[in-house]
Design a protein around this ligand. Structure first.
Ligand SMILES: [Fe+2]
Length: 298
């Protein structure tokens, strides 16, 4: 342990969070831009704060899912997350299905090395199960997707976990109460079932392709907001929306950010090159309706 670090611990300037020392700003206000982690790689090594400042490392998650092989939307989301200085990525599943770039999207997410949970389309695309019962659009896209993915990529999808804990929050694609039955959380009663299995304050999920924030304190209810501050004593179940096939009437790509230091969650919507995504669907021979619905946001 360096002398600087020992001194920082001794005089209370450093605080250990999950075993990692952080500089802490003791005076009023906050400005994570002035903060830096102690130690670490050269890229993240500490710089001393200005006099009068103590710091906490900026830690901001980008949470995204239901990409559904829409490369243009995914690239736009990742670029926006980086521009917002997100430090970590988390994927909520359904990397493939519906759109025309399953291989590229899978490789892009896999190369991030971030936590990923399995979605129902990831499961269907990586197994040889009967697709009977699915809607015809999903079935056609999954059969096409299976033909695009090699065994190594199918193995990677097959090995994804249903539920993961990341730092102090949980991620799941569909529901916590029955994650592999692929039920939808459509109302507060569905959310109540998930909350009963939620052992962290925050849980992020997807599957419905529509952003939503459910809260549980004395009761369970939802709020229609694009951002919310995390308060003690309340649990949050947050749908981050869909990157590649939104179904809430808004065609723009959706994802969420979670600022750990500022205790703030925001849901973002982004325009992307939808024309290219639609043209690729047509050129791939996928059903034309898959291209049409992208522009409708449903
Ligand atoms: Fe999905």
């Amino acid at each position: 342990m360096s002398a600087d670090r020992e001194k920082g611990i001794a005089d209370g300037r450093f605080r250990f969070i999950f075993g990692v020392p952080f500089l802490i700003r003791l005076s009023r206000g906050s400005d994570s831009r002035a903060c830096a982690r102690i130690g670490g790689s050269p890229a993240t090594r500490s710089v001393r704060p200005a006099p009068g400042w103590e710091c906490i490392e900026p830690m901001k998650f980008a949470l995204f899912g239901d990409i559904h092989a829409n490369l243009e939307a995914l690239q736009t989301v990742l670029a926006d997350a980086r521009a917002r200085q997100c430090t970590h990525f988390v994927c909520l599943g359904d990397l493939v299905g519906y759109n025309a770039n399953p291989v590229e999207c899978l490789d892009l997410v896999r190369d991030l090395g971030c936590p990923v949970v399995k979605g129902n389309h990831d499961e269907e695309a990586s197994e040889d199960t009967d697709l009977e019962g699915l809607n015809p659009l999903a079935e056609a896209a999954l059969l096409w997707t299976r033909a695009q993915l090699d065994e190594q990529r199918k193995d990677w999808l097959r090995d994804l976990k249903m539920i993961r804990q990341v730092r102090d929050f949980t991620i799941v694609h569909a529901t916590l109460d029955s994650p592999d039955s692929w039920a939808y959380v459509m109302n507060k009663f569905d959310a109540m079932a998930s909350f009963s299995y939620q052992f962290t304050q925050l849980c992020f999920y997807g599957h419905t392709h529509a952003p939503k924030i459910y809260l549980k304190d004395d009761s369970v209810y939802s709020v229609d907001r694009t951002g919310i501050s995390v308060k003690p004593g309340t649990k949050y179940f947050i749908n981050c929306g869909s990157v590649g096939q939104p179904r809430d009437g808004d065609w723009r790509a959706a994802y969420a950010t979670y600022d750990v230091v500022g205790k703030r969650i925001e849901i973002h919507r982004l325009e992307y090159d939808i024309d290219t995504a639609q043209n690729k669907i047509i050129e791939a021979g996928l059903p034309e309706m898959l291209a049409t619905r992208l522009a409708l946001g449903k």
